[in-house]
Write a protein that binds this ligand. Structure first.
Ligand SMILES: [Zn+2]
Length: 302
């Protein structure tokens, strides 16, 4: 068993890593039990959703639809993005993933042009354990009149050390290689240094771009996301629940370095996590990295 305490390089949040081999959340085969229902996000059922505000078409059929969230706490500030017409498709098999990422950018631009919007959160819940109520692949965009806690903590750290912590962090990670999973020309993928969930992954652009509003390399980013999700699924199970979050600054905030997180929901938060706002994680990120790398090399020799 290994036991250590780590600090998130961006927020200063501490996590306890208590890695016990026999207790790993290994190869969890989640079974999706789907009750038959009329899926409001499937093609042909467009009339079941509110009127769409945006769509991307291919061969005169929609491949991505943006609709207002019916159940939003903040009306007119919350999108649901139907990621694909395919009911069972996930990111690892989505041929138009670049178009979906472009849609994220377009919605960010739209909301940041509205008055009183301070921050726009983009996220994706996949599977019941990740909070998805409808199995059809979808993402969400939520515009906020305040800055969220994580972003504020990252800004505080920036003020304290007077530089961007992610850049230094990425440099150290590249040198050590311990937690690196994938490289492409412009992106690095690594296991989070102080994770919130086992197998938490960060996807970081190598050059500092503060806001996703200024991103344009959607094809390359799409390929990297596909490969990452596919590795996680090969190792943890095809039906795994996970969250994807975009950590991006508003376009006017220049002192940031945007990144994405993928958080497999293989553990649940209990009293310790709620009572302390710290987490206990049962797999060390270095071990997670070597396990996922083994999957990657195995798939290459096939
Ligand atoms: Zn559907």
């Amino acid at each position: 068993m290994s036991f250590f305490i780590r600090e998130d390089p961006l927020t200063g949040d501490r996590c306890i890593i208590a890695s016990i081999r026999s207790r790993r959340p290994h190869v969890i085969k989640e079974i999706i039990e789907e009750e038959p229902f009329q899926c409001p996000f499937c093609p042909g059922n467009e009339s079941l959703t509110p009127r769409e505000s945006f769509r991307v078409e291919e061969n005169s059929r929609w491949i991505v639809r943006v609709i207002p969230n019916k159940f939003s706490a903040i009306p007119h500030m919350h999108d649901v993005i139907v990621d694909s017409p395919q009911h069972n498709e996930d990111l690892d098999r989505m041929n138009h993933l670049d178009k979906l990422l472009w849609t994220y950018k377009e919605r960010l631009v739209y909301y940041y042009n509205l008055e009183n919007v301070k921050y726009v959160a983009v996220f994706r819940n996949r599977g019941k354990k990740a909070g998805a109520s409808i199995p059809h692949p979808h993402s969400q965009v939520l515009a906020l009149p305040f800055y969220p806690r994580r972003f504020l903590k990252e800004k505080e750290k920036y003020e304290r050390i007077n530089r961007n912590a992610l850049r230094d962090f990425l440099k150290r990670e590249m040198e050590s290689q311990e937690r690196i999973l994938i490289h492409s020309k412009n992106f690095s993928v690594l296991l989070a240094y102080a994770p919130v969930t086992p197998y938490e992954i960060w996807i970081i652009p190598k050059d500092r771009i503060n806001s996703f509003v200024f991103e344009s390399r959607f094809e390359e980013l799409g390929e990297i996301i596909k490969e990452t999700v596919s590795l996680l699924k090969t190792y943890l199970g095809e039906n795994i629940s996970y969250n994807l979050t975009l950590q991006s600054a508003p376009p006017w905030d220049r002192d940031y370095h945007y990144y994405l997180r993928i958080l497999p929901r293989v553990s649940v938060f209990g009293g310790f996590e709620f009572g302390t706002e710290n987490v206990i994680v049962s797999v060390a990120p270095e071990e997670a990295a070597s396990e996922l790398r083994a999957v990657k090399y195995a798939s290459r020799t096939e």
